[in-house]
Design a protein around this ligand. Structure first.
Ligand SMILES: [Zn+2]
Length: 286
């Protein structure tokens, strides 16, 4: 079926009161786990490739493979560039066939973030691609797997800036900082649902939650009820793959490399399927 954009997918999720998972792939086995789980549940999916993972990939070859696989499936697939920080990466991504990009200017002051986002929107829309930006800052970068990351309320999204940012930039989706972090948490995660409601009251743009790993099913349901329509999910999936490999190696019997890949993929596929159910994405079944 078609490769689509956030512009087509997220308003449908908004109307149905569900969210679409944005799952990161850093290699073919991760991509297959995500695509196969989604296809088996007939649910649309956002397959993301993060700029920080480009170093693991031959990106042009990977994009050709992703586009080919997406077109062979009977579900809508967004091929999304996650956390692009540089205009050059965005330009490269659009040329390679990403149908959607995120420009992350959240580390910049407001006016620079808005100016950069506006430039990316003008560029991406010429390609027919959608754009996600981030206002406020979700901490943790690539995720601190050793100690976890602490939430800092100073980085929360300012609701009074949200409407202005969307109007200034014409962005298609907005990532907000409401108490999540990238990677594991230090301490218990606590979503600021009141803040989410304030942001929602300021703008109708589809809202995005980053740092989904570590939240409970109820946290997700609350966030989705509060207006979140895209949930980024990576760390838990990555750790599930590692866990499957570790457990297989721990059995002490000889295993081949393909067995490790297959075990990791099966475990990640199960995690993705579980999250699709939590996000209610099956409501978007064609
Ligand atoms: Zn993120």
């Amino acid at each position: 079926m078609a490769i689509v954009t956030l512009r087509e997918l997220l308003p449908q999720a908004q109307a149905k009161g569900c969210a679409v998972g944005s799952f990161n792939a850093a290699d073919h086995s991760m991509a297959e786990a995500i695509l196969q789980a989604s296809a088996e549940l007939s649910s649309p999916v956002i397959l993301s490739v993060a700029e920080v993972h480009f170093r693991y990939l031959d990106v042009p070859a990977f994009l050709r493979y992703l586009r080919d696989r997406a077109e062979s499936l009977r579900i809508p697939v967004v091929i999304h560039l996650d956390h692009g920080t540089r205009l050059e990466t965005i330009q490269q991504g659009l040329d390679l066939g990403f149908s959607s990009v995120m420009i992350d200017g959240s580390a910049l002051p407001y006016s620079e973030n808005a100016a950069l986002t506006k430039r990316v929107v003008q560029l991406a829309h010429k390609y027919g691609a959608s754009v996600e930006a981030e206002l406020g800052h979700v901490e943790g970068g690539e995720g601190n797997l050793t100690d976890g990351t602490e939430v800092d309320p100073a980085n929360f999204t300012d609701p009074s800036q949200a409407a202005q940012f969307v109007a200034e930039t014409n962005v298609d989706a907005l990532a907000v900082s409401i108490g999540t972090v990238h990677g594991p948490y230090r301490g218990e995660p606590k979503l600021e649902l009141g803040l989410l409601a304030e942001i929602r009251a300021q703008t109708a743009v589809p809202l995005v939650l980053h740092g989904g790993s570590g939240l409970s099913a109820q946290d997700f349901r609350n966030a989705i009820a509060g207006g979140i329509t895209k949930v980024n999910f990576f760390t838990e999936n990555s750790l599930a793959g590692v866990g499957a490999v570790r457990s297989l190696l721990g059995q002490g019997r000889p295993v081949g490399y393909p067995d490790l890949i297959a075990a990791a993929k099966a475990q990640m596929k199960a995690v993705v399927a579980q999250q699709i159910e939590v996000f209610g994405t099956e409501k978007l079944k064609g």
